[in-house]
Design a binder for this molecule. Structure first.
Ligand code: GLN
Length: 485
């Protein structure tokens, strides 16, 4: 579905190592492509070809002196919520206008060490608050020019959304004709959703497998950095590079390496209550067809039951996510960095004026709802109860994994909607679209997505979910499914 790149990431790296691919030539090709296409699709909200070409020139010289790396010469885009040294980084929000980090996020740093070229920042919903990338308030800056606030458009139909919140990352991963991988982030589905809507491949790792150092937090107990690309082998390579313990993030975990394995005699579970909640029969059929094609590989399919995740996933997710987001956003006050105004009035007056002007409507809604959920008097009824139910949701996953090795079902209950359909959605209808992605996100389970055909010309995504730290197994099944035509 996504346009094919001439080389997968690993072949590309081999080409650079052997001298058959010039990093400078390839970087200049992809920069030209972005210069042209970004004015139509708006996948990047910060792009500067001089910066990318400068990195490529330095790298070429180093390669001549023997430099090597797992991502040698690979062009990489970073979701806007990841700090990139020297590039305006705003998490899709006007409140961070003008903020240029003096350091790289841990994931970005690891990619640079392995020889990646950082192209720019991809568009997203403000702080990740959304499913369609329409809650986007940061202006697009290309080559130093401010082009205003632009919403990323689906590369297959520009009247439709790329999904969100990592909309720009998935949109560009699907659109580009050149080798490229994208660093993205998911709190409740922001990697799986856009990948599925754009026909790209993705991996959202086990919570903690990738350091969150340098990530602009949405909700700390849920945020995960992962990868979007044209194929499962490409996202596997990127995850292998960024996974692992980092002393700067106490929740980060050791990685034993991410590799594709031969799957023998495995059972795939299809969760019946989640399937029953999906109204779009065509999306369900496409995914079930793809799952059953795995029987060719000797893989057995069983029906599993996860009533709690189907019933309470969305409620639990939005309570926890909003409660944590409302505390995370407290630090943006127009005093230290980002958006500011002429200092007038007392602190409260100034602080309120900045926040009223620079936060979008959805951020404000989440600050209010999240603060309410953790206020004394309501905390036990909402936030603490949601945390208790979360434990039950995790137990439900664990018990299902004693009956099936991996789960598979649609990533989204629909194909990418048109913008005019999105405009009609209430906030609650907007949140309900996350039905399939919130369970593994709330429970910290790794999940990958692959394309499972199309409905009405738009891609349908299939999601593979595994138990904690079974990222390699998840990717292995996803790769097998991807390979079946
Ligand atoms: N759509 C979900 C939300 O709005 C998930 C977003 C995300 O994963 N960042 O919270």
């Amino acid at each position: 579905m996504a346009s094919k790149s001439p080389f997968g990431a690993s072949e590309f790296v081999k080409g650079v190592q052997s001298g058959s691919i010039s990093v400078l030539e390839h970087t200049s090709k992809i920069c030209d492509e972005i210069e042209k296409k970004n004015r139509k699709f708006w996948h990047f909200n910060f792009f500067d070809s001089e910066n990318a070409l400068g990195q490529a020139q330095v790298l070429e010289k180093e390669i001549k002196r023997g430099r090597n790396g797992k991502l040698l010469g690979i062009p990489l885009s970073a979701k806007d919520c990841l700090c990139v040294k020297g590039m305006e980084s705003r998490a899709g929000s006007k409140i961070l206008s003008g903020y240029v980090p003096p350091f790289d996020a841990a994931a970005v740093e690891k990619c640079r060490k392995e020889g990646a070229i950082i192209l720019g920042k991809t568009s997203q919903d403000e702080f990740g608050f959304g499913t369609f990338s329409v809650n986007h308030t940061a202006e697009t800056i290309m080559g130093g020019k401010n082009l205003g606030v632009k919403i990323p458009l689906n590369p297959l139909d520009s009247e439709r959304s790329c999904g969100g919140s990592s909309g720009g990352a998935a949109g560009f991963a699907a659109l580009t004709e050149n080798t490229h991988v994208a660093l993205a982030e998911s709190t409740g589905g922001s990697i799986a959703c856009p990948a599925s809507f754009c026909g790209a491949a993705s991996i959202t790792p086990t919570y903690g497998l990738v350091s969150r150092y340098g990530l602009m937090d949405y909700a700390n107990s849920l945020d995960k950095i992962g990868a979007i690309g044209k194929s499962i082998p490409d996202v596997r390579l990127l995850l292998d590079v960024i996974a692992g313990r980092d002393a700067r993030d106490s929740t980060s975990l050791e990685s034993s390496g991410i590799a594709l394995q031969d799957l023998k005699k495995i059972k795939i579970g299809v969760p019946k209550e989640l399937m029953a909640e999906i109204e779009n029969e065509k999306v369900k059929d496409a995914v079930l067809k793809k799952i059953s094609s795995a029987e060719e590989l000797g893989i057995e399919t069983v029906e599993v039951s996860m009533p709690l995740n189907a019933k309470y996933g969305i409620e639990v997710y939005y309570l926890i996510a909003m409660a944590e987001a409302s505390t995370n956003l407290a630090k943006y006050c127009g005093m230290r960095y980002g958006y500011s105004k002429k200092l007038e009035g007392n602190f409260n007056e100034y602080f309120s004026a900045v926040r009223s002007e620079a936060f979008g409507e959805e951020a404000k809604r989440r600050i209010l709802l999240g603060t309410f959920a953790r206020m004394s008097g309501f905390r036990a009824a909402y936030y603490l109860r949601a945390m208790k139910v979360r434990t039950k949701l995790i137990s439900e996953f664990k018990s299902v994994f004693s009956k099936a090795d991996l789960l598979a079902y649609p990533a989204m209950p629909m194909v990418a909607p048109k913008f005019r359909e999105i405009e009609k959605l209430s906030p609650l209808e907007h949140y309900a679209a996350d039905l399939c992605t919130v369970p593994p996100n709330v429970c910290g389970m790794p999940h990958a997505t692959v394309n499972a055909g199309e409905v009405g010309g738009m891609p349908v995504g299939l999601m593979v979910v595994g138990n904690h730290l079974e990222d390699s197994k998840v990717l292995s099944l996803a790769a097998e499914l991807e390979g079946l035509k």
